[in-house]
Ligand binder design. Structure first.
Ligand code: CA
Length: 375
């Protein structure tokens, strides 16, 4: 990536107010045209919808996924439904996505439920929790377990319908300018770390620092922070963290497979003809799969680049450090669950599902990886 391209990329991130992530223009657009017909009845009426997102304009993979979602809905509906996609700040500020869809300023949104933790503590579980499920398990919980049902129950109170609409896959532990050999190395460590991971870092003696996406690079370069997590090899490479940090730590214990969401205004959705309702759901499931696949492909390519071309020093967190961070995580998640009855209900369901899924994984995949994939 050229210096100019990287500069524009970082600028793009700065335009959004949040940690993660881009917008691509959707197709057509304009004012919403609510169907005049009875709900569920198939008509030839055209629907022009808007999708607001929490992602900075032109954010790789995630923003691309939203543009594809709009394209697929348009194609599947034979042009009866057009969705215009907006980056964070283009129609409403990034973190107003939830409220904009709730109050009907936009019909659709793309984000991550853990951004709405302040509105409902249970929202944390539908993206990821530290030491949580991986993408495969999270999808299984959503589609085959009670995950999506619980998520729908929570959002129903806000007049919204959630649909799984993306997954980052496993993230990386982050970029450090000092080694992590023991828990003592977290003492006073200033690290950019979002969400529940920040609370875990605090318990470990570190200082979580909140920096907007566009400030992280210079923050680390100038020593304002000692370390930062971001996403995975692809997005980390695009920002260029390898130029200013000594060590790249694995794994991303704080984000083990973050589920992203498509949110729909419930009244508007229910007024759609039944085939368009199914098209919106189907496009969302497709983008859920597409994003995870894209992350897996790009992360593998860019990890190789980082190691072979950039000579990045890839490190593993020591086992006892991870074990202690997991203990702190249990305290943090327990505190969250105790703060709200519905969060407790979701946590118990999540924990139960994960426990069983882990026994299965330990008896199958884990053995395979340990025995056959270690080299
Ligand atoms: Ca992250």
């Amino acid at each position: 990536m050229s210096k100019l391209k990287r500069k524009n990329f970082i600028k793009g991130i700065a335009a959004g107010t949040i940690a993660l992530p881009f917008v691509i223009r959707g197709l057509g657009g304009g004012q919403s045209a609510q169907s005049q017909s009875a709900p569920g009845v198939i008509t030839n009426k055209k629907h022009a919808w808007r999708m607001v997102t929490t992602w900075p304009p032109n954010f790789p993979v995630v923003g691309e996924g939203c543009a594809l979602f709009a394209k697929w809905v348009n194609e599947m509906s034979g042009g009866r439904m057009e969705i215009k996609v907006y980056g964070g700040g283009e129609l409403v500020p990034a973190l107003e996505t939830f409220d904009a869809v709730r109050n009907g300023a936009a019909e659709l949104g793309s984000g991550a439920s853990y951004y709405w933790l302040g509105k409902a503590p249970a929202a944390a579980f539908f993206t990821t929790i530290p030491f949580g499920m991986n993408a495969q398990q999270a999808n299984a919980w959503m589609m085959g377990g009670d995950g999506l049902k619980l998520w729908e129950e929570l959002y129903s109170d806000f007049g919204l319908i959630p649909i799984p609409g993306g997954n980052t896959g496993f993230q990386m532990g982050g970029w450090f300018n000092k080694e992590i050999n023991s828990m003592a190395d977290f003492d006073g460590l200033k690290m950019r770390m979002p969400g529940l991971g920040a609370k875990v870092l605090q318990k470990a003696g570190g200082t979580p620092v909140l920096l907007a996406g566009g400030e992280i690079f210079t923050g680390l370069e100038r020593g304002v922070i000692d370390a930062t997590e971001w996403i995975g090899p692809y997005h980390d490479y695009l920002i260029g963290f390898h130029q200013i940090a000594k060590y790249y730590y694995s794994p991303g214990w704080h984000e083990t497979g973050s589920v992203l969401e498509v949110i729909v205004n419930k009244d508007k959705f229910e007024a759609l003809p039944i085939d368009l309702q199914q098209i919106v759901r189907t496009a969302s499931y497709r983008v859920n799969h597409w994003m995870l696949s894209e992350f897996e492909v790009k992360n593998a390519i860019y990890l190789e680049k980082l190691i072979k071309e950039e000579n990045v020093d890839l490190r593993k967190y020591p086992k006892d450090v991870l074990a202690q961070l997991k203990i702190y995580t249990e305290e943090v998640v327990q505190e969250l669950a105790e703060s709200d009855p519905f969060a407790k209900k979701v946590y118990e369901n999540y924990r139960q599902f994960m426990k069983r899924a882990s026994i299965w994984a330990n008896s199958s995949e884990k053995i395979f990886y340990e025995e056959l994939m270690s080299s």
